[in-house]
Design a binder for this molecule. Structure first.
Ligand SMILES: [Mn+2]
Length: 282
């Protein structure tokens, strides 16, 4: 079991790095094919199963799937720990099976795992709770699994830029930090400092509170028209962040995904018209 898990995580890391649509730390999708996007999954196993069934990549060779923030938040196990790594392992398996069509982008929970720092969710510190779940499952060898998990997460791309004007990332820098945000993170080798405040990977994945002015500035900086993001809570499953930005989440019973035609120009309105409730899927 241990060797299989470590091997899978290493293969997933290689698949992340070898994604043929990836250039440095960005995935560039062309103006053809289809795109299915999830918001944060936070260990929601049933919703991940629905996403996989719906995406059906086996039978849809032109379709891409973007996943984000898979860890932290499953129902607690019998020791009150967080077994969300199981969903990550399933996503890793899917990534290895479709290395060029499953794209897992960096979330702030991933950065917390990579830097072994705190991330609070509903008043609980999730980084430690997932490490504790790994310890109870893998006992003395858990460090190997934790290290392989961190390595795999570190290898993820930061965002997806589509030829139709759409940008996908977990979040965006906040109003306060937008002037400190450096876009060279998309083009160079990343180092651990990038993942710690005020490093730009940190700002990209942890940022909250973006005014329309900030969104417009970032759209210009990144050369895109519209943002589709996760990260911010959305009890209804989705919400407008601004006139050119939509947030979705896939972590609860109101959770959603979005399916888009990559050959059509993308707008925020088009995104909201293509929202699919996960509860409606098998
Ligand atoms: Mn997040």
């Amino acid at each position: 079991m241990l060797q299989g898990t470590v091997k899978l995580l290493k293969q997933a890391k290689e698949s992340c790095l070898e994604d043929k649509f990836r250039k440095n730390n960005l995935v560039h999708l062309p103006a053809e094919g289809e795109l299915v996007v999830t918001g944060d999954l936070h260990g929601h196993h049933r919703n991940f199963e629905r996403v996989k069934n719906f995406a059906d990549l086996e039978n849809n060779p032109e379709r891409h799937l973007v996943l984000q923030e898979i860890i932290h938040g499953s129902p607690q196990d019998s020791n009150c720990n967080c077994p969300s790594f199981r969903v990550l392992l399933e996503a890793a398996r899917y990534k290895v099976k479709f290395p060029h069509r499953v794209h897992i982008i960096m979330g702030n929970h991933d950065t917390a795992c990579i830097t072994n720092s705190d991330v609070l969710k509903n008043g609980q510190e999730m980084n430690q709770l997932m490490r504790d779940a790994l310890k109870s499952r893998y006992e003395d060898s858990s460090k190997m699994v934790i290290d392989a998990t961190s390595d795999m997460l570190f290898s993820q791309p930061l965002a997806v830029k589509c030829a139709n004007g759409l940008w996908l990332s977990h979040s965006l820098p906040s109003n306060r930090f937008v002037n400190k945000f450096k876009t060279d993170i998309f083009e160079r080798q990343l180092v651990k400092e990038d993942f710690v405040k005020p490093g730009s990977v940190y700002l990209l994945t942890w940022g909250r509170k973006q005014t329309q002015q900030t969104l417009d500035k970032l759209a210009e900086m990144l050369g895109v028209k519209v943002f589709l993001l996760g990260h911010q809570p959305s009890p209804e499953g989705w919400k407008y962040l601004g006139e050119n930005a939509v947030i979705i989440t896939s972590e609860h019973n109101q959770g959603c995904i979005v399916k888009l035609d990559l050959s059509e120009e993308c707008t925020a309105e088009k995104i909201t018209k293509n929202i699919i409730k996960l509860a409606s899927l098998k």
